[in-house]
Design a protein around this ligand. Structure first.
Ligand code: ASP
Length: 325
């Protein structure tokens, strides 16, 4: 028998809104919405409910707690796979954090995150189907080694690549321009593409206070020092194009680096994972002042990556970690 742990955090997948029926289904109630026969006979699911905020408000400690539970379920409790239900707004960030912290658990089992665009009592709710497919994916050996994935609409996406491109569609998750890893068809995972390379392992504890700031021409550099004064241990800047930020920030970038505060520059556009200092004059100059490139990660994913990277040490250790990401 294969053992899958379901960590249920509520949100749209578990919510009912019709008058007289409002409520949030527990993990056990959610599992009952999956018709018998929709899951392989050799899969046993155990359920744990986890208190969590709505996903747009999920605190770093909740996210880190889920990541640790998923990892220890596989490494210490012998589960073959884990399914986490989470709100879709930030499913991609939570999945990437789980991925970065999975460590050796990624080699031994599958970790699948899922959610729903429609409430449980909506017409043609997508939740029960997403849950069923995710349990199938978590029990399927095909995903061993792939790291955390998001399974929605029968598609399996790599946590590193997936994004919620359309918040109104049951098919709103996309990995483009990267491939979908696979599809759940007929009770098994059909593999379509190789997963991204595994991220570097981290031994130290992640840091939870990392700020994410969108840059714009004419912005006051005091915005950067203000978040540090408020306690941020690292900053992700959302730049433009290949990773450009306004020149007015350059002096502060140098200062932050001297103070031991790593600054990672991501972009509002899709970029390739080229290191910042290999880029042309402007982004390259920011790198010379100490800024670290996000290696093609979207800004919100760069933020969870910086949380994890800060567990390796100071600015130089973070730069080295991102260089291997
Ligand atoms: N629409 C979201 C959901 O799936 C809200 C959230 O992300 O928490 O519940």
């Amino acid at each position: 028998m294969k053992r899958v742990l379901l960590l249920a955090t509520g949100d749209t997948i578990a919510h009912s809104y019709r008058p007289g029926q409002q409520g949030v289904a527990s993990g056990t109630e959610l599992l009952k919405t999956v018709p018998s026969g929709a899951l392989p006979a050799d899969v046993a699911v155990e359920v744990e409910d986890v208190m969590a905020e709505p996903s747009w408000d999920t605190s770093p400690s909740t996210m880190l707690g889920l990541a640790r539970r998923a990892r220890s379920a596989i490494l210490e409790r012998g589960f073959d796979g884990v399914v986490i239900t989470q709100g879709t707004d930030t499913l991609e960030d939570g999945a990437f954090l789980v991925d970065l912290l999975a460590g050796r658990a990624a080699e031994r089992g599958a970790i699948v995150l899922t959610g729903a665009m429609r409430a449980l009592d909506d017409l043609s709710s997508d939740g029960p189907r997403n849950l069923a497919s995710s349990i199938v994916a978590a029990a399927d050996g095909a995903l061993r080694g792939a790291g955390a994935v998001v399974c929605v609409n029968d598609e399996v996406h790599a946590a590193r690549w997936v994004t919620l491109a359309d918040a109104t569609s049951v098919a709103g998750f996309s990995s483009a321009p990267f491939p979908v890893l696979g599809r759940v068809v007929g009770g098994r995972v059909e593999t379509l593409a190789a997963p991204p390379a595994r991220p570097p392992l981290v031994a130290g504890e992640p840091e939870s206070d990392v700020a994410l700031i969108k840059t714009y021409p004419g912005m006051d550099p005091v915005l950067l020092t203000a978040v540090v004064d408020a306690g941020a241990r690292g900053i992700v800047l959302e730049g433009t194009g290949l990773g450009n930020v306004p020149v007015d920030l350059f002096a502060t970038l140098g200062e932050l680096s001297e103070w031991g505060i790593p600054t990672v520059i991501a972009s509002r556009s899709l970029t390739l994972g080229v290191p910042l200092d290999d880029l042309g004059f402007h982004a390259g100059l920011a790198a010379k002042l100490g800024a670290i490139g996000a290696r093609g990660l979207a800004p919100s994913k760069a933020r969870v990556a910086l949380m994890v990277a800060l567990g390796t040490g100071g600015v130089d250790a973070v730069r080295d970690w991102f260089g291997r990401l």
